[in-house]
Design a protein around this ligand. Sequence first.
Ligand code: SUG
Length: 452
Amino acid sequence: MNPTDEVDLFLDGLVGPTHTFGGLAPGNLASASNAHRPSNPRAAAKQALQKSHLVSQIGAATGGACQWIMPPHERPHLPTLRRLGYGGSDAQVLAKVAQENPTLLHQVSSSSAMWAANAATVTPEMDAQDGHLHLTPANLCTHIHRAVETPTTASVLQRMFAPFPHVTHHPALPSHPDFGDEGAANQVRFNHGKHSVRLLVHGTATENTQGPQKAPARQSKTALQSLMRQHNPRTPWITAQQHPRAIDGGVFHNDVISMGHHNTFITHEQAFTNTEEVIQNLTQHMPSLKAHRISKEDLSLSDAVHTYLFNSQLIHLGDHQLAAIAPQQCAEHPQAVAVWERLLADQAIAEVHYLDLRESMCNGGGPACLRLLVPVLRSSLQHTHTPWALNDGLYDTLTRWIDTHYRDRLEPQDLRDPQLLQDSQQALDRLTQILQLGSIYTFQGSTSDPSP
Ligand code: SUG
């Protein structure tokens, strides 16, 4: 396959108007340490949109990347609360749940769908036996606030990929920890020349290895194997286990500790139970793989989690050159800066852009968390009507839309405010007009099943 036939299509989740710090994700250190602080949804949405805009500008300049925008999910998710037996008017439902179970109110209000890397598993058309793009929404079953995302994610993906010539949408895996699936955040696809190989990473123990002791192992190996049975790729894949001590140290997804694209693999030496073997296995399938190991002396595991260096978003610039969008936290950390300087000197990376994504980072979501990568054939993108593709005009429109509809401060007790629900519904209703998505939310009369 000529690499110029392939385009990196990035789907970014817009931050929703109820972005808060709920302390909802055990094992995610940033989420725990920022729990119940006031949040700034307006700043959060603008910071993430600026990242999307930068990617769209890089993509427009190189022709190698394209940026789509996915809408936030409706929150607070009243259909879940009603399913749990809360009745009466919307205001009464909110008042009752706020009084009885404030954690549940946080869970159904989270804007967590913004972390699109967790949205789905993707097998690109180039890798599939049948030439179809295969998509499976993640069940995210380890946490309630994330599990409620799945049905909306499924219907959004169906809507957005409807113009594509050949797509197969698979059902999410059963919602049980045995099949715990957190999507592309635990998967890296490498491709170079005629070679392509995927690294699929699980946290669960195997017969010979232990799992984490303190934090949950969110991704199961069984889930990865099931996903590959569903998608039936013609290209090889290997599995690897995250080091349990890494998970216990705050590495709740693989994309917090290793990253890769094309034939470049950048990994912390403590990412996996057997990091050297993982590199060897990948190299067997792709002899041209360039592996860059970051030792604990270069950057400790704890500093990797603090700076989110490995959660940088890699973008293909052409000729297998990569740009990285790194969190601003890296620029403020001398050892992380030194790692970037080495990666630049080694030509692993051609350019680094540091971006302030503090609101998302305070919930453990860096640049790479905010995007789902769907590699596609250039020909599949042509002639498709996609009003959700970001360009300078849409960026300006969305910036004005955020300024109009989003608050600049939310306290935990604001989630019970029926006015916030109404304002959010009004914002999302307007957004579906801007993106020409039609009715996708239950408050708009959409009939899609609202709960997993
Ligand atoms: O699932 N944070 C998310 C962050 C997801 C990051 N994604 C990737 N690494 N790809 C999570 O832990 C915190 C929400 C809160 O506490 O309010 C949260 O869900």
